[in-house]
Design a binder for this molecule. Sequence first.
Ligand SMILES: O=c1[nH]c(=O)c2ncn([C@@H]3O[C@H](COP(=O)(O)OP(=O)(O)OP(=O)(O)O)[C@@H](O)[C@H]3O)c2[nH]1
Ligand SMILES: [Mg+2]
Length: 191
Amino acid sequence: MRALKFVTGNPNKVIEVNAILGGLIPVEPVALDLPEIQGSLEEIASDKCRRAARIINGPVIVEDSALEFHAMNRLPGPYIKYFLESLGNDGLNKLLHSHDDKSADAVCTFAFSAGPEAEPLLFQGRLEGKIVPARGPPVFGWEPIFEHKGETLAEMAHDKKNKLSHRYQALVKFQEWLARDNNRLLICGQE
Ligand SMILES: O=c1[nH]c(=O)c2ncn([C@@H]3O[C@H](COP(=O)(O)OP(=O)(O)OP(=O)(O)O)[C@@H](O)[C@H]3O)c2[nH]1
Ligand SMILES: [Mg+2]
């Protein structure tokens, strides 16, 4: 079976995508940190996917993750990477000090393109939570400060995160699409 290329500069995403898809389709990471435009979650993921499809010249997936603070009109949103790099998890907490509403959504937008001429298809997942002082090992991004039902994602067992996360919910939709109309066969060929 042909592997589906996943263009990302983030090795943690590759680990989770493989764990969630569980071998349903083989995924081959391509380690490239693509430029990202400013815009909506959908515009950013679509543009990143078009760039990836031109480079790969064939079927490809990319993913863009956002962290939306409700009290801040959903910012930092898709710009969370730069906020995290500049402010750290402590600084992200401080952004909400003067707000009572600490609620936040983690959003994952996968984009699939069949090739350079094809328009990307989007699959989005969303996890509700709230921003709290950091708890748990700081392995992946903002996980220590994103609490979902009493546990931060950093405290949560990987198996559990991978069955409820924003990334999981997006990939459920992608798997549903793969199962329709022989799409998986078209992308990956015969077993
Ligand atoms: O704690 C986390 N749990 C997650 O589940 C998660 N998913 C993404 N992120 C972080 O959020 C930013 C997204 O930016 P992003 O989507 O542009 O990713 P990226 O630039 O690292 O890779 P890519 O764009 O090459 O795929 C980056 O700082 C990622 O590290 C996460 N942090
Ligand atoms: Mg990125």
